[in-house]
Design a protein around this ligand. Structure first.
Ligand code: V47
Length: 447
């Protein structure tokens, strides 16, 4: 193993928006002879990272392929520390998946169910939640101190656009300060088509915002590549539409996130190209739009139950390298999130020293993948457990809201730093560990 080298980056090089005008990361094509042609690109990459300059495709590939994994981790960590010091973010949230009926058949997805005209009584594993049920779940989470509800679902063939606006309105009414982060770009395109009369992306977003939508999650991006698209999610709208939705949202001042689903049929070069496309979009948004991406979330493919279940999925080292590359390739996107539901709490914890600064949140219920929680939808990390994972990694647990403002908790109220209101809540019930120490009752994930 090569010796560990320490990488020091001056505090002042917070240059994550800067980029030389002549730089074009897509000029080079990924290919087998590229690594040989760029023997010195690893060293070049290090100096570019130190200078806060963006990396090329070939430099990204070189870093990914390098056996010097310690230097890769240290480089990614140096960027993370330049942006966030030793802070590691989490939030108190609730995920709601409103329906698993979907008109698409993405091969990586084990969540979707075909819709049948006959009432199924749930025998087909399909479901759709009523607005009342969704509002009740949001209300209960809000009463326990959640600051965010994250809502996504399948592309339902029958529900009208009003279902989605009514959903936002009902939550907004029941929970005035709960941040509603909802609907992937793919769902937004679906809404433009089901609305009667049809609406533009901008019209859909404006109506959702009027109904209470605050920001959008980053799902549905998968891998921006035609070959991968045709092989793994052919019927889904492609990269152009995904970016059009996010561009429109940013123009309207709606902040969004961006994902990358890795570890299925794509190559490392295709991952790095995906990250470069996110960086370029971000650059345009930072330059001329009202909002931008807040974070990149590399999602580790969970093969179980999908049409690609014969694939092994990413290894632990593959997870770490991909998270580190996300940090290094996208220095202009403030946060890199490891979603513990997919990377596992253990790996999310380790990744906090590999470029990651955010581990998402308490989640509570999650139906899209089921790795944790014994195969059930109840997949929850308590705040105590999130904080412990973060502290053990040598970081300072920092509760954030959905837009990365710090959240303050005093007695039984929470407020956002600099905000003008505070929200009362009742923390989750606690029991004792038999030695008189209190502990939260819900604890389904061991780590
Ligand atoms: O769009 C589907 C992916 C996404 C699988 O924005 C899978 O803060 C792994 O986007 N294995 C939904 N991934 C999740 C998502 C997300 C999660 C957490 C935070 C945020 C955020 C966004 O999950 C889907 C798809 O890309 N996905 N199936 C699977 N088998």
């Amino acid at each position: 193993m090569p010796p560990r080298r320490s990488v020091k980056i001056p505090e002042s090089s917070f240059a994550w928006i800067a980029r030389p005008a002549a730089y074009n990361p897509l000029v080079d094509q990924a290919g087998s002879n590229m690594i040989a042609r760029t023997a010195d690109s690893f060293e070049d990459a290090q100096s570019r990272i130190k200078a806060g300059e963006p990396l090329s495709l070939e430099q990204g590939i070189r870093l990914y392929e390098s056996p010097d994994i310690f230097t890769l981790g240290e480089l990614a960590n140096s960027v993370r520390e330049r942006l966030h010091g030793r802070r590691a973010y989490y939030n108190v949230n609730l995920h709601i998946n409103y329906s698993n009926y979907c008109i698409l058949r993405c091969k990586f997805c084990s969540f979707h169910r075909p819709y049948s005209k006959q009432p199924s009584n749930g025998d087909d594993g399909g479901y759709e939640l009523s607005i009342e049920e969704i509002a009740a779940r949001a209300r209960a989470a809000y009463a326990r101190g959640a600051t965010e509800v994250h809502i996504v679902g399948g592309l339902h063939p029958k529900l009208p656009f009003s279902y989605y606006t009514d959903m936002c309105r009902a939550i907004r009414e029941a929970c005035p300060h709960l941040h509603i982060k909802a609907f992937t770009a793919i769902e937004i395109i679906h809404f433009t088509r089901i609305a009667k009369p049809r609406l533009t992306i901008s019209e859909v977003l404006v109506r959702l915002r009027e109904a209470g939508l605050d920001s959008m999650p980053g799902g549905g991006a998968e891998i921006f590549d035609d070959r991968v698209h045709d092989e793994a999610f052919k019927t889904k709208v492609g990269e152009a539409e995904w970016f059009e939705v996010h561009r429109t949202a940013h123009e309207l001042g709606i902040f969004t996130n961006a994902t990358m689903l890795y570890g299925h049929v794509e190559t490392p070069a295709e991952r790095i190209k995906h990250l470069i496309k996110l960086r370029e979009h971000q650059e345009a948004s930072l330059r001329s739009r009202k909002a931008h991406f807040n974070c990149v979330i590399p999602l580790s493919f969970v093969p179980d139950g999908s049409a690609l279940s014969h694939l092994p999925g990413p290894s632990g080292l593959g997870d770490l390298k991909t998270l580190a590359l996300a940090r290094l390739m996208c220095p202009n996107i403030p946060h890199i999130k490891a979603f513990w539901i997919m990377q596992t709490p253990k790996l999310a914890q380790v990744s906090l020293n590999w470029g990651v600064d955010d581990v998402d949140g308490t989640v509570v219920y999650y139906d899209i993948t089921k790795r944790e929680g014994g195969g059930t939808t109840h997949q929850e990390l308590t705040v105590d457990r999130l904080q412990r994972l973060i502290r053990e990694a040598g970081c300072t647990p920092t509760e954030r809201d959905s837009l990365y403002h710090r959240v303050r908790r005093d007695d039984n109220t929470w407020s956002v730093e600099g905000g003008t209101w505070s929200v009362p809540y009742n923390p989750s019930p606690r029991d004792t560990d038999g030695k008189g120490n209190s502990r939260p009752i819900a604890m389904t994930v061991s780590c």
